[in-house]
Ligand binder design. Structure first.
Ligand code: SF4
Length: 467
């Protein structure tokens, strides 16, 4: 069997941008370092596929034990079919120099039903493309396919004592859709294989496709010619608007003349042009800060972190429900030694524990928080002050706490955690009994502490203009 050139993931890369496919296969060394946030998102859905196998119990896994053993997966699948196996997981097939692994294959009479599991809450165009490729390869490899279905998570299902797997997953028959795309897939495979025979990468300009449907791995390489600062450093413009101005080749100075700019857009452009931070408090922000200065004892700094397990881990929760699991707090004016932490042990729904603690904590205090993904009684969210441009710094490319940290000069080390997404991933691993849970917990504490420092610094920065 000749070695495959394309796989499902490389085919999808080519669908997004042929240059991405080329660079991935031929110039992999140009790839960006994978941010920890993206790795965490990738890992989140890993367990869903295995769990969904229970929909069709009793199958045999043909999947490779290591990525280099794909050929073995194809051979094992062929053998299992020959031996009369009725249900196969991670079934491998190859045709047209393209290899696929199908999540679940089930014998149905003389033909087979094919199932691909998606760890998401709904189906997207990318999943249809991906299913169309798998269907095409299955047929080209000589399989008689009765139906092709996508399985995804039902985020409306509420777990009772145990998970009811038939309610947790939604099975959608997409046979007609993938059949319709059959010839299209053939052409796309041909064009991707052709591109890979070239000696140079295709000339493709940057565009929205660099981020949609996924952030490309080669942004660092393709975007290095973009002057700094540029319209891409103005987050108050949507990505679509940034590209409109980019195509018009408008400079930041010219953008200042654009009619209808919002205050945030104007401020951010001015900050980028001057290279200096700017504090320009709105009347609302000013009133909040004046109250904090006048009554510091009424406030605490608060940080809460949530995780969103793909499977409903606890009774009365849904898949992908945001569950708060950790918090830290510090009274205004107190030193860091007085910081308090709480990380739930997760033996039961951590969100309920956090809710109880918050109720006690905020009985007679107001919370200063950077951003809360659930409304907090008596909470003041500071992220809004960045969005309305009360504060802006040239190092800020968005409104994230990570970006604000850079602007305020808070530097690593934070034991590997740079954002809530990564902290949530660490917690997810603790819940699953990771062997290094102790150091993961320490890393979360270190991150919580950094976040309270960030709040303190930010409040000092904003209030400095009022004193
Ligand atoms: S950064 Fe954009 S243009 Fe470059 S390879 Fe990726 S998607 Fe294509």
């Amino acid at each position: 069997m000749e070695k495959h050139i394309l796989s499902k993931s490389t085919y999808i890369k080519g669908e997004q941008c042929l240059k991405q496919l080329y660079l991935h296969k031929k110039r992999a060394f140009l790839r960006d370092r994978m941010p920890a946030e993206r790795l965490a998102i990738f890992r989140r859905g890993t367990h869903v596929g295995i769990y969904a196998q229970e929909l069709f119990p009793g199958g045999i896994d043909a999947g490779p034990k290591h990525p280099s053993q794909y050929k073995k997966a194809v051979e094992k699948t062929a053998l299992l079919i020959q031996e009369g196996q009725q249900i196969i997981y991670e079934a491998g097939f190859q045709a047209h120099k393209t290899l696929i692994l199908l999540d679940i294959l089930v014998k149905n009479g003389e033909a087979w039903d094919a199932y691909e599991v998606k760890s998401s809450k709904k189906l997207s165009e990318t999943y249809y493309k991906d299913a169309a490729l798998q269907y095409y390869i299955l047929k080209e490899a000589g399989m008689k396919i009765n139906s092709f279905s996508l399985i995804h998570i039902n985020d409306q299902y509420i777990r009772e004592d145990n998970i009811d797997i038939n309610k947790l997953f939604v099975i959608t028959d997409v046979s007609k859709e993938v059949e319709k795309r059959y010839n299209e897939v053939e052409k796309k495979i041909d064009s991707e294989l052709n591109i890979l025979e070239a000696t140079h990468s295709p000339k493709i300009a940057i565009g929205l496709h660099c981020f949609k449907p996924y952030t490309c791995d080669f942004v660092g390489h393709c975007w290095k010619g973009i002057e700094k600062p540029s319209v891409f450093d103005i987050p108050a413009f949507s990505l679509e608007t940034q590209f409109e101005y980019y195509k018009r080749q408008s400079s930041l100075n010219e953008l200042l003349e654009e009619p209808g700019l919002s205050t945030a857009q104007r401020n951010q452009i001015e900050v980028q042009l001057s290279g200096k931070e700017k504090i320009n408090l709105t009347t609302e922000s000013k009133a909040i800060l004046e109250n904090i200065i006048a009554n510091p004892k009424d406030y605490i700094y608060l940080k809460i972190i949530s995780f969103t397990p793909a499977l409903p881990l606890y009774s009365n929760t849904k898949a992908y429900q945001s569950l708060r699991f950790a918090l830290s707090w510090l009274s205004l004016g107190e030193s860091n030694e007085n910081m308090e932490f709480y990380i739930s042990s997760a033996t039961s729904n951590p969100d309920l524990e956090i809710e109880q603690r918050l109720t006690t904590l905020l009985k007679d205090k107001k919370a200063i928080i950077y951003s809360a993904n659930q409304p907090i009684t008596n909470g003041i969210e500071l992220q809004q002050t960045l969005k309305d441009s009360s504060y802006y710094h040239p190092l800020m490319k968005d409104y994230s706490n990570k970006s604000l940290s850079k602007a305020l000069g808070i530097k690593p080390p934070w034991k590997g955690i740079e954002s809530d997404i990564v902290a949530a991933q660490y917690y997810d691993e603790i819940v699953r009994g990771h062997k290094d849970s102790k150091s993961k917990k320490e890393a979360i504490e270190s991150y919580l502490s950094r976040e309270l420092n960030l709040l303190n610094l930010y409040i000092n920065k904003l209030t400095s203009t009022l004193k």
